[in-house]
Design a binder for this molecule. Sequence first.
Ligand SMILES: Cc1cc2nc3c(=O)[nH]c(=O)nc-3n(C[C@H](O)[C@H](O)[C@H](O)COP(=O)(O)OP(=O)(O)OC[C@H]3O[C@@H](n4cnc5c(N)ncnc54)[C@H](O)[C@@H]3O)c2cc1C
Length: 502
Amino acid sequence: MSQKWDIIIVGAGMGGLTAAAFLAKAGLHVLVLDRNPHPGGTAYAYHRKGFAFPMGPLGFSHPEFIQETLNHLEVGENLTFSRVHYQLRAFDLDIPLSLPFDEMGRELTRIFPSEAEGLEKFFKNLRGMNPFSHLPTHESSDISASEYLHHLVKDWRLRRILGSIGTREPYSGLPLLVAMWNLMGSRGIWYPKEGMQLFCDRLVRAVKRNFGEIRLGAEVAKIRVDKEKVLGVTLKDASEMNSELIISNADYKSTFIKLIDSDAVPPEWFQAISNAHQTNSIFQVCLGVDSDKADLSAFKKAGRVIYRGHQENGQEKESLNWNAQEIDLEAFTTQELEVSLWGKDWDMLSSDGKASIVIRTEAEYNHFSNYRLGWRKRSPKYQEYKTRLAQALIREVDHLIPGLEKAVIVMDVATPLTFEDQGGRSEGAVAGWSWDYDDFREDQPKELIRTPIKGLYMAGYQAFSALFMGGVPTAMESGKRAAEAVMEGSGPIKSILFPGAK
Ligand SMILES: Cc1cc2nc3c(=O)[nH]c(=O)nc-3n(C[C@H](O)[C@H](O)[C@H](O)COP(=O)(O)OP(=O)(O)OC[C@H]3O[C@@H](n4cnc5c(N)ncnc54)[C@H](O)[C@@H]3O)c2cc1C
């Protein structure tokens, strides 16, 4: 039996839920389908033995935009946001990363006095700059961050700090680097006092209040298209739902490569999406820790620490071989690690004597894909291998947090496969389209909400060509704009606007 709706939304992530809330408020008969047993997509928290762990976001930018959006949907009451701070512990340095630009410049000049001139120029360029539209006229925006910084500073450590807000070689173009520094030092990264789940809960309330329906455990197997026009969706259980309007909150690759028959997608569009690069994924270890047994003083100044314990000379390329059947554990632990005391200052997330610690490092999807047998199904060696990798990271972080190894009560490990299956990210990509200079060189992120298929729109943080507000607010903005595009009846479009498609 088929059912008809004004609009069907595939995915109950932040983008899908925001679109659903706006459209339900506008009076449309809305159906949201998600294959997960919970709404929220990547932006949700789960529990193990009384500890709360994040699937994805540890924080977000632009709290005022989120507040405004939730206010508009009449679910914005009593929100309190706390600022999250970052510290760098690497290269024998212990320095803050999330200070306002003036203070950041002074702090780095104190540590690198011979680089005072370059530092002044760098922060002068950043100060007050709109990340994407006001690059200084004497600096070309089509320049890699690496090239720009090679002209500006001599010390390789400083080049990495300025160029990656961490310990990596600069990899992006200049506009993206400016956008990242603006989020970190100027706009700030924030967290809601009630926990990350709050946004999802509020959006669900806004959808349901206006008679929108959210069905969980409902996997869409096909978005049916005929003559470049959407007809509806078919679920995994073969049931059909019809609508001439669909918003896909699944990402671009999932939507156009897996959910729509390839002969229904214009060939140049299909090819471009197949070729387009995404950001890397990560390996994540969540630890429930007895805080009386571990020395958590590393988090005194900031809840997030960018850490690299191993000394380098700045010349060598990283030696981690992701093509090997199993990676070298020592090389794995020399990567940059992000170590977070999650829920610091928020009582609801950790009770007395307990702390949630999250360790994250970059990881390649293809290295893990051999272990994938199907959705949420893994081959037998997967568990043992990922546990070994996690234990190596814990041993390494024990240098930063003395006593950590012995203080662990519960451990949960996620790989790119987890972010692909549970988070709904194809290839487990964390931040959507590639940030590499080779893939994205533009001054402005483009909106990627309309598609070549009549009645099909995209929502989610891949619905913009680059980072501009950060993952969560960008996903929400995309949902709002997708709802507007639906109401205006705009689209379809032919032009291919996503980056790195050549
Ligand atoms: C590890 C990690 C860390 C991150 N950290 C941050 C951070 O610190 N700050 C930040 O702002 N952002 C962060 N992000 C980005 C974050 O994912 C986004 O900000 C935001 O939550 C993404 O929302 P979205 O709407 O794009 O959808 P997603 O969260 O990707 O949700 C998509 C939904 O679609 C559903 N879906 C997909 N295919 C189907 C199908 N066929 N049928 C039914 N349902 C389907 C999925 O189940 C999922 O629920 C992180 C992401 C990851 C993976």
